[in-house]
Design a protein around this ligand. Structure first.
Ligand code: NDP
Ligand code: 13P
Ligand code: ZN
Length: 345
């Protein structure tokens, strides 16, 4: 069970990165893995704090979480003799730093700049390999430093997406339980309890989650960490990634302009909860209250891609059994699901 040693969340936390690294007895050179926007928003601040504590700092700017970009980050780390990596940004930057550091057998710190996904503290990395998103076992961050002032200032859309990623735990757990009954797949009741509790917390607090509220940020950041820990307890993303994530991963591949990961997972959860004969309306109502997408139109994705992603989702990670089964959903049935749940009209 891989868990972070420290999780520090609060306003201005990023200014203490250097001191925190010293307190954990990290030495030498650091490589910051960040995006083009997040370098300016947080990467440069982290670098200043690291340099003030005597660390050398280099940067690698990344975009998509592909295996090539992981390899490139490793090459740069070797070139600059980095002793540890710091992922600063959204899920992609953090996942690249997470897998690169694991494969380099060195430490990494996770500095999320948005509460947009639940990989901030997990020991899993979601990486695109041969066009498909695969979930790879990595090492959990040594430390998570979530600066709630930076996260507060991030576009609210990112926070709403993070809520979608957490609410998706509902169908992920239902799929995992189904896999256990039909395929005797190992499940962890601890991981399930934590994963479901986290989703329930967000669902029940939906009316408190609003733009510009520090309390909303704290609530969602804590939930994202809990969801991450559930994956680490399970040693797999299964408690947080089921049929709804398969749907999102197909959209990432086929949609001309995919939406955010958590947004797509939220919409996928509405439809997969319908397939599970669960209370999809409460899921939809909560996402609407939070201001997260509930329809294809909200996602900015044409109906045809929603239907295609539904019919192809079962092909993603076929070893992970879900409500979609081995042969998936037919075209007509996919249209019915999307219409019944008002995802398309
Ligand atoms: N490993 C795991 O357990 C998990 C992994 N994931 C993965 O995480 C990814 C989704 O993460 P997500 O964060 O949605 O996607 P991204 O990392 O692509 O971030 C989305 C966008 O938000 C920008 N951004 C981030 N923070 C800020 C900020 N404070 N202000 C302004 N813009 C900001 C990023 O900027 P920039 O361009 O600079 O990066 C990027 O353009 C997917 O690849 C998914 O598979 C999701 C859940 C779990
Ligand atoms: O996004 C995740 C959990 O929210 C990770 O899931 P995957 O293993 O499907 O990439
Ligand atoms: Zn997710």
């Amino acid at each position: 069970m891989q868990l972070p040693r420290n999780v520090i969340a609060g306003p201005g936390a990023i200014d203490s990165v250097g001191g925190i690294c010293q307190s954990m007895r990290l030495k030498g050179r650091s490589l910051i893995v960040t995006g083009k926007n997040t370098k300016k928003i947080a990467g440069d601040i982290a670098a200043e704090s690291l340099r003030a504590s005597g660390y050398d700092v280099d940067f690698v700017i990344v975009e998509n979480a592909t295996i090539d970009n992981v390899d490139n980050a490793k090459a740069v780390a070797k070139e600059v003799n980095a002793d540890f990596l710091v992922g600063v940004g959204g899920g992609k930057s953090i996942d690249i730093a997470k897998l690169a550091s694991t494969q380099l057998d060195t430490h990494f710190l996770s500095l999320p700049t948005a509460a947009s996904h639940d990989g901030i503290a997990s020991s899993r990395a979601s990486i695109i390999k041969n066009g498909e998103t695969v979930s790879i076992q990595a090492e959990a961050p040594l430390c998570v430093i979530a600066d709630t002032s930076i996260i507060m200032k991030s576009p609210y859309r990112l926070l709403a997406a993070g809520c979608g990623d957490i609410i998706s735990n509902y169908t992920a757990v239902k799929d995992w339980r189904l896999a256990s009954k039909l395929r005797n797949v190992y499940i962890s009741e601890y991981a399930i309890a934590l994963s479901e509790m986290t989703a329930q917390m967000v669902l029940e607090s939906a009316s408190l989650i609003k733009p510009g509220l520090e309390e909303s940020v704290r609530l969602v950041v804590k939930a994202l960490v809990s969801s991450s820990v559930a994956m680490s307890i399970a040693g797999s993303s299964a408690p947080a990634s089921g049929s709804e994530h398969k749907f999102s991963h197909v959209l990432d591949r086929i949609a001309p302009k995919p939406a955010l990961h958590g947004e797509q997972c939220g919409v996928g959860t509405i439809m997969m909860m319908y397939l599970h004969d669960g209370d999809w309306q409460s899921i939809r109502d909560a996402l609407k209250k939070i201001g997260a997408p509930t329809t294809a139109k909200d996602l900015g994705i044409d109906d045809e891609y929603i239907i295609r992603a539904l019919t192809e989702a079962h092909n993603v990670r076929p070893e992970r059994y879900t409500i979609l089964g081995d042969t998936g959903i037919t075209y007509e049935a996919a249209v019915n699901v999307a219409l019944a749940t008002k995802v398309i009209s």
